[in-house]
Write a protein that binds this ligand. Structure first.
Ligand SMILES: *Cc1c(COP(=O)(O)O)cnc(C)c1O
Length: 389
């Protein structure tokens, strides 16, 4: 890999050479049939990954654009949503809803914990909600949502399930053809960005709607958006040689290559690999006396939020680690300075994570917190290679 640093933040994630090579291909007209064929292939691969019976959209934008597209096309101003929030990114749906005159009710967990499904049941039984938003892996806390528990409750009450997969898609199961206890209980909308578990540079918003979600769009007379109105994009997604707004041509090349890697590895293998990555990283860090904010059974496979022990300075820790070529992220909101976040997703490898574990140990030793790197590596390897692929 020609990367000089290991970008182990919760996105963007490390980019492999074949993706860089795709990015550097000749820029062609966005209506050139040769480009249109690649765009079509990229859309098709997205459909294959998410298995929706509706439409997928791959457009220029970040994950937040994808969140906006998901919401404004399914919920009208004046209608109500329930936000299930496990942190900062869950909360983003509150502001987003309010920006469009959507009524917002929210269930927030304590950071590091999950919302109790019984509370979701109670909320939905006592109000009329058009949709419920779930953040699959909240990037601020490292908490993963339990879809098996939440989806049946939401669908039973007739609301749409909008799943934010920005830190999960391609690493955690988001199968839109899967039924959750009843033939009609399915995830209605999945949204994501290119730069996290898919492992492509930032710049693409990816959204999949099933037929139920598309029908919800038809009930909205005027969507308070232009770029994000799916009516403007459906013709393009079905015939990518058509024009609505110029797609990021080179990024589409890169995304197509990224999706080839995703599908070649296989979704089941990817789910297992990411589960093993999460478990192994956290188990190794425990050897250093570092504990994840989330309990292991609620912890995300894609990233971890790790609390510092007493006496470790966040800025010094991350700066020293960065000098060694390992980039991790600080924590958000009230956890800033008290924890760091490490991503372990996308095209990140076992070898990179093993090296990162060593560098983290060395950094702690430098900061006067003596730890056993060999033991941590042993623990990492034991967990990461024990998965059955
Ligand atoms: C990163 C992230 C977002 C925001 O995506 P941007 O690409 O930064 O706009 C939203 N939700 C989750 C869960 C994320 O991890």
């Amino acid at each position: 890999m020609r990367n000089k640093e290991m970008l182990l933040i919760p996105g963007p994630t490390p980019v492999v050479d074949s993706i860089y090579d795709s990015l550097a291909l000749e820029t062609r007209s966005h209506t050139d049939p040769r480009f249109a064929a690649i765009y079509k292939g990229a859309i098709e691969k997205t459909r294959q990954m998410l298995k929706t019976d509706g439409e997928v959209f791959v457009i220029a934008g970040s994950g937040t654009v994808a969140m906006e597209m998901a919401l404004v096309n399914t919920v009208a101003s004046g209608e109500k949503i329930l936000v299930i929030s496990h942190g900062y990114f869950g909360d983003r749906f509150i502001q987003l809803g309010e920006a469009f005159g959507i009524e917002v009710d929210v269930l927030q967990s304590e950071w590091g914990k999950r919302v109790n499904p019984d509370d979701v049941e109670k909320k939905l039984a006592n109000g009329k909600f058009k949709a419920v938003t779930i953040t699959h892996a909240d990037t601020s806390t490292g908490v993963a949502a339990d879809l098996d528990a939440l989806v049946p409750i939401i669908k039973k009450h007739g609301a749409l399930v909008i799943l934010d997969g920005v830190c999960a898609t391609a690493a955690m199961e988001e199968d839109m053809s899967k039924t959750y206890g009843h033939p009609n209980y399915k995830i209605d909308v999945v949204l994501t960005g290119s730069q996290k578990a898919i492992g492509v540079p930032p710049g693409l918003a990816i959204v999949a709607f099933n037929k139920t979600a598309l029908a919800a769009r038809e009930q909205i007379e005027r969507v308070p958006a232009y770029y994000c109105d799916i009516h403007n994009w459906i013709p393009i997604m079905n015939d990518p040689g058509k024009y609505f707004a110029t797609p990021p041509v080179n990024l589409i090349y890169a995304y197509d290559e990224g999706m080839k890697l995703v599908l070649n590895e296989g979704m089941e293998n990817r789910y297992k690999r990411h589960k093993a990555f999460g478990k192994a990283v956290r188990a190794a860090l425990v050897v250093y006396g570092l504990k994840a904010l989330a309990e292991e059974d609620a912890a995300a496979p894609t990233l971890s939020c790790i609390l510092y022990p007493e006496g470790i300075n966040d800025a010094a820790f991350r700066a020293s680690l960065a000098k060694k070529g390992v980039i991790v992220a600080g924590a958000l909101s009230h956890l800033a300075g008290k924890a760091f976040r490490i991503g372990h997703m996308g095209n990140t490898t076992e070898q990179m994570l093993e090296k990162a574990i060593v560098r983290i140990g060395e950094t702690m030793n430098e900061l006067g917190y003596l730890v056993d790197t060999a033991k941590a590596v042993e623990c990492f390897k034991e967990v990461v290679y024990s998965r059955v692929v």
